[in-house]
Design a protein around this ligand. Sequence first.
Ligand code: SAM
Length: 183
Amino acid sequence: MNGAKIDVLRLGHRIERDKRLSTHVGLSSALFNVENWYYSGEHDEHLEESISSVAKRWGAPTKVVFLESPYKFIRHYSGTTVHLTMYGAPHKEVITELREENLNRVLIIVGGPKVPGHVYGDVDYNCAVGYFPHSEVSALAIFLYELLGDEIIYAKDPNAEMKLQGGEKGWGKKQKRRGLKSN
Ligand SMILES: C[S@@+](CC[C@H](N)C(=O)[O-])C[C@H]1O[C@@H](n2cnc3c(N)ncnc32)[C@H](O)[C@@H]1O
């Protein structure tokens, strides 16, 4: 994506109902090194701490920011806004259009509870990831993967406190057999 900065906004977080789901939206964003992970709804210090601490320890640059006024933020965002919803245009079409723009910054918005109707008109793109209702985590991960590719998911800070390199310890039976043969 020509070095465009990517931000994610998760709308309408509810502390009790969404603690795991919102954490997973945040971690999926950090997997793709998004710059800012914004959320709105109920302010939740535990959510902020769990995403920030994983991002920091595992070498993702993602910052977590709570928004009091997410709709104002969307309207004034200085970049392109993409709302993921099953009512949007197919994601490959939207990504083709995004690639044709000279993008500096993209805000990807996912909902939770019902997203107010005006958001559909305030954003630059409404984008579907399949015409089937699933989850903000899967919609976001598929969209980011299509937009950014797979190199970024392995590109973490090499000086991070935590890192995995893969290898024999994590091999299954077939991997072990193949690995032994090739030695
Ligand atoms: C519980 S789902 C609600 C599905 C919702 N009716 C919709 O507009 O996509 C919560 C969030 O997951 C995302 N989502 C779910 N299914 C999706 C799909 N097929 N395409 C894009 N986003 C989806 C949307 O961001 C949505 O706000």
